[in-house]
Ligand binder design. Structure first.
Ligand SMILES: *[C@@H]1O[C@H](CO)[C@@H](O)[C@H](O)[C@H]1NC(C)=O
Length: 269
């Protein structure tokens, strides 16, 4: 009986938290059907002031998965690096807040750094700048598998599931994978990882859909070319910082508030 009341109390507390959050939850955009040009308008919103310190104390385990295949030209690869560096600007990087890892892949997977490698943002920025383009194949499935099995293992710095730290993959790809991705991406999502999939150029939409979390409008992004990736910055700032990511851990959120995939819930807009 007392346990029941404890649960009720917890739930009520969460409800209050949630309503507070819902007010803050900014409407996010994006959809496969939206014209690509739509994003350029968002760019005006991402002023420098918006970038600073908005992810304070945000606990996230975030792993970038970067397509480093041959079709990504050196200039494009630099654009991806710039994008990551911009995202890093608003993250609160520290072992107690946001931990960041990075995998790049071509024919093979290269773990540039894991969630536990660096404690400071400057070190991560340096590692991103130093990253060398692999310029080989497109083994996207292999890279996601690597993330699930290794990058998000506790021995590589992921915090234990019972700490309720959101696990997030941000994958950037421009091509068609040379290996199956659907099943392994589903396995990743089922294990509680939220996947944002960013497609560039003539990327196959069905592939993106098989990778990204649902609802797809909130987790799948498409841009015309690598120069356009930066237009997504403010969207990700909202998604990563403003509490749009919510791990329910079995709490029963009212359906009008939630979009859940397994134990991760996002607010409906
Ligand atoms: C990228 O796409 C945008 C929008 O379609 C276009 O204006 C721009 O010229 C393109 N940039 C490059 C480098 O191709």
């Amino acid at each position: 009986m007392s346990l029941y009341f404890l649960k009720m109390k917890t739930m009520i507390a969460y409800y209050f938290l949630l309503f507070g959050h819902a007010l803050l939850c900014t409407v996010s955009i994006m959809a496969k059907d939206l014209p690509v040009g739509h994003f350029t308008r968002r760019r005006d919103v991402s002023s420098q002031s918006l970038l600073e310190n908005t992810c304070n104390n945000k606990r996230l385990d975030l792993v970038f998965i970067i397509d480093s295949s041959r079709s990504v030209r050196p200039y494009d690869f630099e654009k991806v690096k710039e994008f990551i560096l911009t995202i890093l600007q608003f993250l609160d990087v520290s072992p107690d807040a946001t931990r960041v890892g990075l995998i790049q892949y071509g024919s093979t997977v290269k773990h540039e750094f894991s969630l536990k490698t660096f404690r400071r943002k400057q070190e991560i920025e340096r590692a991103v700048r130093r990253m060398m383009h692999l310029a080989t194949g497109t083994m996207t499935g292999l890279a996601i598998q690597y993330a699930v099995n290794i990058a998000f293992s506790e021995s590589e710095g992921a915090r234990p599931l019972n700490q309720n730290v959101p696990r997030i993959i941000m994958i950037v790809t421009d091509g068609r994978p040379q290996d199956p991705v659907g099943e392994i991406a589903a396995k990743a999502r089922n294990s509680g990882i939220l996947i944002f999939a960013i497609g560039v150029g003539r990327v196959d939409m069905n592939t993106l859909k098989s990778i990204g979390s649902e609802p797809h409008e909130e987790h799948i992004f498409l841009v015309a070319n690598f120069s356009q990736i930066e237009t997504l910055t403010s969207v990700f700032q909202t998604k990563l910082c403003d509490g749009g990511i919510w791990r329910s851990q079995g709490l029963l959120l009212p359906p009008f508030l939630r979009e859940c995939l397994h134990n991760i819930c996002c607010f409906k807009n």
